[in-house]
Design a binder for this molecule. Structure first.
Ligand code: PRP
Ligand code: URA
Length: 210
């Protein structure tokens, strides 16, 4: 799908397979979410603009490249997005973290907001929304809308797993917002869980499964 980038790398896919396994415990799950987030964070930067500068190596003057991006804000969707923060701050250490608390209603599956705090200057930032799961796309679409209402124009979405239904919904509503993910799964079940998926990402990251 246009503007969707599936990062197909054996080192990610191998970890994702372990993430999907029911027997994978909380400690390992958290570790892998962080690792995959780090890989994805590097991939997002692939299209970042660069500028040329002249430097001096110990041997000579040389024209080399430096990043030419302004402020970057990481926007994790609570709770599960928290698991990806460390991977992103490893790659983008000089970033602000703008938390957005959104939870799916268990019956309607629609996003319900319980927290957000955004400084007015966010509108000038490149905003990278992070959430391991893009299922119906409702939570991410809600967060995109929040950012747009603040005047943000440069928005990127990063998920670990996505469902085709959610990708289509977001793309239809926000065709200019690029979406990066590690895999696109088959479908959503009647409870709007991703199949085959990995279960409830928030519960598995925080160890709150029943
Ligand atoms: C999960 C996940 C996403 C959302 C995806 O969060 O982390 O935010 O569901 O579903 P959607 O694409 O259909 O909106 P959840 O609402 O379970 O909250 P949690 O992170 O607090 O567990
Ligand atoms: N949220 C999750 O954590 N998992 C899913 O499969 C769908 C939404």
């Amino acid at each position: 799908m246009e503007n969707t980038f599936v990062i197909d790398n054996p080192m990610i896919t191998d970890r994702l397979t372990v993430l999907r396994m029911k027997k994978t415990g909380t400690r390992k799950f958290r570790e892998i979410v962080k690792e995959i987030a780090t890989f994805l964070a590097y991939e997002v930067a692939r299209e970042f603009p660069m500028r040329e500068i002249t430097i001096e190596t110990p041997l000579c003057k040389s024209k080399q490249k430096k990043l030419d991006v302004g402020e970057i804000s990481i926007v994790p969707i609570l709770r599960a997005g928290v698991g990806m923060i460390e991977g992103f701050t490893t790659v983008y250490p000089d970033t602000r973290i703008i938390n957005v608390g959104v939870q799916r209603d268990p019956v309607t599956h629609k996003p319900v907001e319980y927290y957000h705090k955004m400084p007015a200057s966010i509108k000038n930032s490149k905003c990278i929304i992070i959430d391991p799961m893009l299922a119906t796309g409702g939570s991410i679409a809600y967060t995109i809308e929040l950012l747009k209402n603040e005047g943000c124009e440069d928005i990127v979405v990063v998920a670990i797993l996505a469902a085709p239904e959610g990708l289509q919904a977001i793309h239809k509503q926000y065709p200019k917002v690029p979406i990066y993910c590690a895999a696109v799964d088959d479908h959503l079940n009647e409870d709007k869980y991703i199949i085959p998926g990995l279960g409830d990402a928030g519960d598995r990251i925080f160890g709150t499964e029943e």
